[in-house]
Design a protein around this ligand. Sequence first.
Ligand code: MOS
Length: 710
Amino acid sequence: MTTATTGAATPTGAVGTAHTRVEGRDKVTGAARYAGEIPFAGLAHGWLVLSTVARGRVLSVGTGPVLGMPGVLTVLHHGNAPRLTTDYVGMLGVPPDPTAAVFQNDRVPHAGWPVALVVAETPEQAREAAEALVVTYEQEPHDIAFSGTRPDTYPADGHMPALTEKGDVEAELAASAHVVDEEYTTPEEHHGMMEPHAASARWDGGRLEVVDSNQGTTWVADEIVRMFSLDASAVRVRSEHVGGGFGSKGLRAHQVSAVMAATVLQRPVRVVLTRRQMFSLTGYRSPTTQRIRLGADPGGRLRALDHRSLNQTSTVWEFVEPGAGVARIMYDADAHRTENRVVRLDVPSPTWMRAPGEAPGSFAVEAALDELAEKCGIDPIELRLRNEPERGPVSGLPFAGRNLAACFREGARRFGWADRDPRPGVRREGRWLLGTGTAAASFPAGALPSTAAVTAEPDGTFTVRIAAADIGTGARTALTLVAADALRVPTERVRVRIGDSDFGPAGIAGGSMGTRSWAWAVTAAAGELRERLVPGGTVPPEGITVRSDTTAALGALTQRERHSYGAQFAEAAVDVTTGEVRVRRMLGIFAAGRIVNPLTARSQLVGGMTWGISMALHEEAVRDGASGGLYGGDLAGYHVASHADVPAIEADWVDDPDPDDPVGIKGIGEVGIVGAAAAVANAVWHATGVRHRSLPIRPDRVLRAGEPRV
Ligand code: MOS
């Protein structure tokens, strides 16, 4: 037995020092197992059958012939499935999306709706039988036509108020020296994470265990408990390695149907979604149409700001993509109006997707500001600096650190902004027109209540247990650094275990709040443990464990506007004869709190900026009016930026610790994409003199825009 020491009285300085992923070797050697490949004895395999009609009801499910096929064990559908509870509000403050509560009635609200699960001994048998299953429908006319001119839109609150209003927008616009009044649109976009959704469920000794790929085991366990009316202690959800989530990996049809089948058959069942199934079952970012009206005095100071954002949702679940929320933080005006509206269509339910609201909203606002800068004859950075608010434009609250100006100053210096000729269409290099653009970024910095346990082991090491999720962000590594500093020991003496609801409740990997929420809990438990250990004392065989719960401490975060910020820069080359747009370089400078692990943080920010290129130039899911489904709902038909599309991208940050957070963290998960598409679009304008207000800026759109106005 070694002595229980926690080292010197000074921090080890692990936080802030680049560290490779602690599970990196396991991941690159294949030792890290993902949800769909973890071995289970006696596993049966479920295959979901999705509706082929976009609206109507199921008349019959032809189970007879299918039950006689090789290996088939059962077919679950609305006529025989166990009843679920759906009238609850979950941990994230919203009711469950009925798309996950499978087989509860005969209604079909959109194309690709789950209508049956075929379970067989092997995945191949299940798939064969699922494809042979004949389902008949009573089909009804469907309506998937999303547009800003529909009469049936309505204001929806979502997680923020639908409408904020102050002053007289019309009067201020009328009195403004410069006015921008334009509509911006963004298309349906999909998460497209590498690892498909997969879950295995089994009952063991009266407990249900679900091995899953999700953004929060506490969250998914809680939903399963409520939906299946189980005792909270009877459900354990594990999710050790996750190949991306981006907002899509909560409770979905795969976990629920796997639990149903495991319950009915009393044997373990796995359900893995195909890439195509993911395009209708796991959410997406709604298309938006956004109208922005800006009015400014001759010096560029905003007198009027009006932002109305509309998104679609399904007929079964209301999801608000709050595009109009951005201006509530970013820009003030004498008259200020923001509104989020929704329309219900016969489409799958959208959901959170990386920077929900901010990603499409920042495209519209930051592109409109660029247009205003042009009209005012003011540099776009200068225009933003002249409109830096003193307090939250809507809340009136003071900011808890707003280092946007520092980001612009540092970004402008490194990007070489001072040398930019503001005139559009004046730089040419062979067949390419060149331009540069900039945009601001912001994302809320919050925290969710979490619990953690830190154990001093007899061998002198420490084990941290927390129901965190590492969805590719490097959270496990970040928490290792945080724990090492709090314990004042080298990182080699710390092991972090995550992804298990049995570790006690913790917040999700979402809303850019994961690392911060968990680091808070880990710091509290580790700090207390360090104080409790007697230098030179011994540790009993079972170790010494200290638990923390941050629920009360998070009260310190109220009453201030707390956000991460950033300044995005892009250089674009446009070939006006082919319509091709290529981003040549990007730079993002962020003020996003204390950076725990510069290596993975940079990767996270560069990833967000890469999404920005993708959003600006490539991503677009197109719905077919006739079928109500998607054209090319797979990664062949849905183009995301890949290597050849992505140039040198640089991400860096300014010093910006959050004074109210024990580690100084704010959160970096989402701010990297915010404003990135606008920076590219603004660069395309600067290159060509043509404004593109609809994303993506496809070659045909560039060509149709005609000759550059230069
Ligand atoms: Mo994110 S859209 O909060 O996973």
